[in-house]
Design a protein around this ligand. Structure first.
Ligand code: WT7
Length: 649
């Protein structure tokens, strides 16, 4: 038996069958249906995707389904389509015309609903405005906004006219905006005066002014008034959104764009240096996000769907904007913080709008656990029928809490695994067709040939940890790193020639279910055991007093590496040396003595990326230097520091 790439120590074995009533009317209603469609998608990918593509509007149908010259893929060649047309115009002739497309709630409590017809008119107006400024197909346009309907309008208008949007999360500071605009040579930036966050104004325009002063390519800045804070407008460069659109015609002919027309760039941080501009193109991305939305969330016309992500992340692109709208769903959008004005805000939104499908991140679930059940119980959340998570491995205990407190033991949970690079969900349960296991992202989506490989490229045995790869192309995969084909090859296709390497470790259990064990950079080696930190963290979180945990390795003369665990406790629990010993013992009993953390450090909060992932890299530094300092205040400082510096990893 070859040396183990990575050892799995998880022994989670709870299984939940899909609730029978859920299968009634479900889009994919049985395991057999999943299996046969999956087999078809792998045995005859071109036939499968040709059939699936028929659900969309094409100006010219594709002539060729796939051209694969590893590592470069072209999907649906010869076809012409328009993503905005598929999200809007296509729905206007039927009963969706005046159905809610966006149900928006501002943090201060203001509300707006845009029907498909209204959204279409706004997108047409803004498309005409962009074209009027000389924005042409292929031009790059930055979008640096908060969670307002206009952010969606801006994205759809870019997609409509064939401009390539590059959305920058509103939590980033001016340097990040500057670097991203310069990397893509953006011609225009769309922003707003400010956005609301926990009752204060985050001044976005100010950041743009600072950024654009060093962006020679930017000719226009479009500014939406939202918070009415003081801003400076630069003559000739800056345009007021409302002034710009008010005389534009609310009709616009969507052009037929090539299937491989560049759709957007989204920057994602790498483990080293400068962020990568992940490029997605039109038709493959459309097909991937629309189909996953439909099948994974079992979306139907009667659903009110809410994804709590920000449009600044891929989750917002694929599962707030393009996927749901391509399916004619009604999507809720919320502007502000989950605890504004109190930790019950999300559940009050669920109640007020009768949300049926709710999609959030494990980091949010762990925050809800910490805040306590009462905030959920105060509200009527019985409209919910399906829950989802994305972004990190979810600790089984957090999963169980989500299921029982939010889902009232009734709603299936879809733990969806994917990446900025994959464009759409690649590993996931289908809620009526597959059982769920707490902490497992279940099975591959249609057309996804996922494998767990050893370092030497051979396939791992069931339950043997290894490297997660996708060894065949799929429609919504990234096409390249913007302006850097070499980095694209190096980063994703060099570990295993011609196969896409995710950068994550995983195992597949004896039922074929995938368990993601975390980033390969986060593997620790203790006394010859190579362990993924996620499993040790889940063991800690399974203790009744623990809300959240992050485990890192520090050099150790005896064991190679020793484990340091950073732990936040549930509301009302006091930390103590006794509790630290109890937690070490708990991991020892649960996993084995070798996995016992050498030290436990209690913290009020863990440093996170701006999308909510724990910054283990930062914690590794803190853990290594901690001996010298002594208390946990540095950690809080670190999180504030990193928040200020605009670093996201
Ligand atoms: C990385 C991608 C794609 C949505 C948001 C994050 C981790 C994502 C899961 C999951 C375990 C997950 C992986 C992946 N991840 N979803 N369900 N279970 N890990 O996008 O910022 O590109 O991050 O997030 O490590 O590689 P992203």
């Amino acid at each position: 038996m070859p040396e183990k790439t990575i050892e799995s120590v998880s022994h989670e074995d709870r299984v939940f069958e899909p609730p029978p009533e859920f299968a009634k009317g479900a889009v994919i209603a049985s395991r057999d249906q999943y299996e046969s469609l999956y087999r078809h998608s792998i045995d005859d990918p071109e036939g499968f995707w040709r059939e699936q593509a028929q659900a969309f509007h094409w100006f010219e149908p594709p002539k060729r389904i796939l051209t694969w010259e590893p590592p470069f893929a072209k999907w649906f060649e010869g076809g012409t389509t328009n993503l905005a047309y598929n999200c809007l115009d296509r729905h206007l002739d039927g009963p969706l015309r005046n159905k809610a497309a966006l149900i928006w709630e501002g943090e201060p409590g203001d509300q707006r609903v845009l029907t498909y017809y209204q959204l279409w008119r706004e997108v047409c107006r803004f498309s005409n405005a962009l074209a009027g400024l000389g924005i042409e197909p292929g031009d790059r346009v930055g979008i640096y906004m908060g969670m307002v309907p206009e952010a969606v309008i801006a994205m759809l208008a870019c997609a409509r006219i064939g401009a390539v949007h590059s959305v920058v999360f509103g939590g980033f500071a001016s340097d990040a905006v500057r670097d991203r605009m310069n990397d893509a040579s953006a011609k225009a930036v769309i922003t707003q005066d400010g956005t609301w966050r926990r009752g204060s104004v985050v001044p976005l325009k100010e950041q743009v002014d600072r950024a654009v002063a060093e962006c020679p390519s930017v000719e226009h800045v479009i500014v939406l008034r939202r918070t009415h804070n003081d801003i400076t407008m630069t003559d000739g460069r800056d345009h007021d959104w409302h002034e710009l659109v008010k005389d534009q015609k609310p009709v616009h002919q969507a052009p037929a764009l090539d299937s491989e027309h560049p759709l957007f760039i989204l920057y994602t941080s790498g483990s080293t240096g400068k962020p990568k501009g992940v490029l997605h193109t039109t038709a493959g991305y459309m097909v991937g996000t629309a189909l996953t939305s439909k099948y994974v969330f079992d979306l139907r016309a009667s659903d009110t769907y809410w994804c709590t992500a920000d449009v600044g992340w891929i989750t917002g692109h694929s599962y707030i904007v393009y996927g749901p709208l391509a399916n004619g769903a009604s999507a809720v959008i919320y502007e502000g913080a989950p605890n504004a004005p109190d930790p019950g805000r999300f559940w009050s939104i669920v109640e007020r709008h009768g949300v049926t499908v709710f999609y959030t991140a494990p980091t949010a679930v762990r925050a809800f656990v910490k805040w306590g059940d009462e905030w959920v119980n105060k509200h009527d959340v019985s409209s919910l029928r399906l829950l989802g998570t994305v972004g990190e491995p979810i600790n089984p205990e957090a999963w169980m809490w989500y299921r029982s407190v939010v889902g009232q033991d009734r709603c299936p949970i879809v733990d969806t695994y994917w990446q900025t690079e994959t464009g759409s969900i690649i590993l996931t349960p289908l809620p009526a067709a597959l059982p769920t296991k707490p902490g497992s992202c279940s099975m591959p989506f249609f057309g996804i040939s996922a494998k767990v490989l050893r370092e030497d490229g051979s396939e791992a045995e069931p339950n043997e940890g290894g490297l997660l790869v996708v060894d065949k192309p799929w429609p919504s995969m990234l096409r390249t790193v913007w302006g850097d084909d070499e980095r694209y090859k190096q980063q994703y296709f060099s570990r295993f020639e011609g196969k896409y390497f995710t950068g994550d470790s995983a195992r597949r259990d004896t039922d074929g279910f995938f368990w993601v064990m975390g980033r390969i950079d986060d593997v620790v080696n203790v006394s010859g055991h190579r362990l993924g930190t996620a499993e040790i963290e889940s063991s800690l979180v399974s203790h009744a007093d623990v809300a959240e945990a992050a485990v890192v390795g520090i050099p150790d003369p005896l064991t190679g590496q020793a484990l340091v665990a950073f732990v936040t406790l549930k509301g009302g629990v006091q930390h103590s040396a006794g509790l630290a010993d109890t937690l070490k013992g708990h991991v020892g009993d649960d996993i084995g003595k070798f996995a016992r953390p050498k030290s436990i450090r209690f913290a009020d909060a863990l440093p996170k990326t701006r999308s909510g992932k724990i910054m283990r890299r930062l914690l590794r530094d803190v853990a290594a230097g901690k001996e010298a300092h002594g208390d946990m205040t540095t950690l809080e400082d670190m999180s504030v520091l990193s928040a200020l510096s605009g670093e996201d990893e």
